[in-house]
Ligand binder design. Sequence first.
Ligand code: M6P
Ligand code: ZN
Length: 184
Amino acid sequence: MTSTDLQLPLATSLHMVNGDMDPHALVVERRLSHMTEAYADSAAVAAAADDPVIYRAFEADVPHEASQLVYRTTIIEPGRVGAEFYMTKGHHHVVDSAEFYLGMSGTGVIVMQTRTGEVRVEEMPPGRAVHVPPGWAHRSVNVGAEPFVFLAVFFGNAGHDYASIERDGFAVRVLASPEGYRVV
Ligand code: M6P
Ligand code: ZN
């Protein structure tokens, strides 16, 4: 096999504060209307004006195949729906497999939960890495006043399984409190 049979290395520039990725192949944008079921306070969902963007993600041009490492930066805007901070939908992987997270800027936490209901919450300040083991659903939450930006790396064949989280939710919520946030 010659080197021309191989995929070429890919280099991208990640902006450590605003999460931009150059070049990127895909942008995910989720507004409140895409995830109304995620928030506990349905009156606050109904009262929210202008269907705000909750988060965006930039993905590098890596094939979604086994043996590949796909990576995304995600930018969660600061804000709340009622007392609940802006957050990602959250998902399991279709193929149980690990994910690597790295906090880049802002103040956020990652909520992880097994299918039997065990929960762990980790803070992700800039420079903090979290290994999400296979079998743990994961959701990220912006608990600060600035955008929360992080890097996520996952296997190309992982797949996103949203259905079980849409149906059952997470066992805990991250709410505003006088100390900043509380997990209830
Ligand atoms: C992180 C990773 C991605 C995920 C994104 C948004 O970047 O976990 O795989 O797509 O957050 O989260 P979600 O897919 O749950 O909306
Ligand atoms: Zn994932």
